[in-house]
Design a protein around this ligand. Structure first.
Ligand code: SF4
Length: 218
């Protein structure tokens, strides 16, 4: 990858960290039931955290343990998560994942990338969120639409697939920062490096960012 038009990775980490010192996962979950984070992340696909946070209190009351996802009708689960979109597919994946957690992991959420991505509907992005937030493990970098966009505009990647963008970020950013940086970047993408029009005029990275593919900014 050409680095001629890329932001300095060390400066990038330093500046983002300075501006977002305490950023965290915005999904609500119950620390006494770790699977609630896994299901909240699964529900957040193609949906906002705010909407998921409105749905999960009802869902986790109706389905208080993993056994409930097996015992109760799938239609009830679909009804509970309907407003998060793609509800049939999500209900199927959550149902099957609950089953696998009970039969293969003694009701716990596994702590390896291999075991997590073997669960129905769990890809690297979800697994990375779980590994960092449940176990403090920096195995990979969470790449969502915000992270992809920022990485491309700052020149940290020229790639378009989440897998390749993740590889570029893992190569350039320090491993101990991966988990926290991904949460910081999501917030930075929400309030400054926005889609489709970034707020470059007030951005703290403006003097060092190449603003790649930015045609219009505020
Ligand atoms: S808002 Fe503009 S200057 Fe800031 S990171 Fe995004 S593209 Fe670069």
């Amino acid at each position: 990858m050409s680095r001629r038009h890329a932001i300095d990775p060390a400066l990038f980490v330093e500046q983002i960290t300075a501006h977002y010192p305490h950023e965290r996962c915005h999904l609500d979950w119950d620390t006494t039931r770790p699977w609630t984070l896994l299901f909240a992340v699964m529900l957040s696909a193609q949906c906002t955290d705010a909407r998921v946070n409105r749905v999960t209190p009802v869902l986790f009351r109706q389905f208080p343990d993993l056994e409930a996802y097996i015992a109760q009708p799938r239609e009830l689960l679909e009804q509970c998560i309907h407003s998060t979109g793609f509800y049939r597919m999500k209900a199927r994946n959550i149902h099957l994942t609950a089953e696998q957690l009970l039969t293969q992991h003694r009701g716990t959420v596994p702590d390896t990338m291999e075991e997590l991505t073997a669960l129905p509907g769990v890809g690297r992005k979800t697994a990375n969120v779980i590994l960092w937030n449940l176990y403090g493990k920096n195995v990979g970098f969470v790449v969502d639409t915000h992270v992809s966009r920022i990485a491309q505009r700052t020149g940290l990647t020229e790639q378009h697939s989440p897998e390749k963008i993740e590889q570029d970020l893992m190569r350039q950013l320090p491993q101990e920062a991966w988990g926290e940086m991904s949460h910081r970047l999501v917030q930075f993408g929400r309030d400054t490096c926005k889609a489709p029009v970034p707020r470059c005029s007030t951005c703290f990275l403006a003097s060092s960012c190449p603003k790649r593919s930015v045609e219009k900014s505020r």
